[in-house]
Design a protein around this ligand. Structure first.
Ligand code: PMP
Ligand code: GLN
Length: 385
């Protein structure tokens, strides 16, 4: 049908995300799909049974706007136990339709026309569009694989101005697999001291940190937590990315602003999933053992790739492993990722798509949230390249 109105697009790029495109190409080419991040195994059976139970009990109508109180209470307990931070379930915790909605809502709640948001690149794809839709301006800080994606906080300080309203951090980090350390948090604390800068901390991989390293949640740092939204995703923790259920915690004043947007954006989040997750959360072993579960997969994948022509620095967190293909070809990473999918039947995500200027450091991201057989097949293919 012809559209009869002239539209002025609000976003600079309106295209299908790389995740969707690579997953579609993998399906079309019948390739192993290690591109878009999702597990190819199911959630714990007790969790899906709990959803069926919730539905059978008639929990099929609207949930409360901020989420089921019983679930918020469990999140409060968990956050206290893990990070020593007190969030009041009534006013400081909201259940969201995945981390994506939490991020979008937090950004639109604080960004006004002309406000600046600092974003570290490579960056997950949904931050910048939300800032720009809200009329804000993104300032990008480029992190490079040659520096192990370390943040130069002095350089960050120079980018801050009186208009800086928001700093978005993400640890464990998608797509690099790097994590922020205590030193980073202390430097961030110093940087924002005495300012009105809000921090948005994307911690969706909070339970996937390897080699005995501690997850440095913003919640551990009271001076930071007092000015932060902290976002998590049940999708990553419980192997249910398709449920799009997550949450955000923040001090009451920030959360009040968040809810002003949330209640007209989604109003509330699917009820039976909330009830089921609430039941299942008593099984603390699941999230406490998640890092070990994924570390075994990372190690399997990395060890099988020893002897390949890819250069590997094992991920410190997330379920993504980056591979440096400099020794193999001079092709750009998008071309190489497409060719690997078409000719070698394995799909990945090129890292250049996570930079606004498409900086290409010859890295591909592979998702290892897969069954061991899939990882073995993937490594076999990659070792032949
Ligand atoms: N942030 C990061 C860093 C992610 O990797 C993802 C999803 N992979 C999200 C946010 C979105 O999470 P959700 O699916 O819960 O919306
Ligand atoms: N977050 C997932 C990834 O990084 C993808 C989610 C999406 O498709 N938007 O692969």
């Amino acid at each position: 049908m012809d559209c009869s109105v002239t539209l002025k697009s609000k976003l600079p790029q309106v295209k299908t995300t790389i995740f969707t495109r690579m997953s579609a190409l993998a399906a079309q080419e019948n390739a192993l799909n290690l591109s878009q991040g999702f597990p190819d195994f199911d959630c714990p059976p007790a969790l899906s049974k709990a959803v069926q139970k919730a539905m059978a009990e008639g929990k099929n109508q609207y949930a409360p706007m901020a989420g089921l109180m019983s679930l918020r209470e469990k999140i409060a307990r968990k956050t206290q136990e893990l990070y020593g931070a007190e969030y009041h379930p009534e006013t400081e915790i909201t259940i969201t339709a995945g981390a994506t909605q939490a991020l979008f809502t937090a950004i639109t709640a604080v960004i006004r026309y002309g406000d600046e948001a600092l974003i570290f690149e490579p960056a997950y794809d949904c931050y910048a569009p939300a800032v720009e839709l809200a009329g804000g301006v993104c300032k990008f800080v480029k992190l490079k694989p040659s520096d192990s994606y370390k943040i130069d906080w002095e350089a960050v300080k120079k980018l801050c101005s009186k208009n800086t309203r928001l700093i978005i951090i993400n640890s464990p980090h998608n797509p690099s697999g790097s994590v922020l350390g205590e030193e980073d948090m202390k430097k961030l604390e110093k940087l924002v001291e005495g300012t009105d800068i809000v921090i948005l901390s994307d911690e969706v991989y909070e339970h996937i940190v390897f080699d005995g390293i501690r997850h440095e949640s913003i919640c551990r740092y009271p001076n930071l937590a007092r000015r932060s939204f902290v976002v998590s995703s049940f999708g990553k923790t419980y192997h249910v990315t398709g449920w799009k259920t997550g949450y955000v915690v923040a001090p009451a004043e920030l959360m009040a602003e968040f809810r002003k947007v949330h209640q007209y954006n989604v109003f509330c989040v699917n009820h039976p999933m909330q009830a089921a997750i609430c039941d299942f959360m008593d099984n603390t072993a699941h999230h406490l053992e998640l890092a070990a579960f994924y570390q075994t997969k990372r190690d399997l994948f990395v060890n099988l790739l020893n002897g390949s022509r890819f250069e590997i620095t094992p991920s410190a967190g997330t379920y993504f492993q980056n591979l440096n293909y400099t020794a193999i070809t001079e092709e750009g990473d998008v071309d190489f990722a497409v060719r690997l999918t078409r000719e070698h039947k394995i799909a990945s995500i090129p890292l250049s798509v996570f930079y606004r200027d498409n900086a290409d450091y010859n890295r591909l991201r592979f998702c290892f949230a897969k069954g061991d057989e899939t990882l073995k097949k993937a490594a076999e293919i990659l070792c032949r390249i």
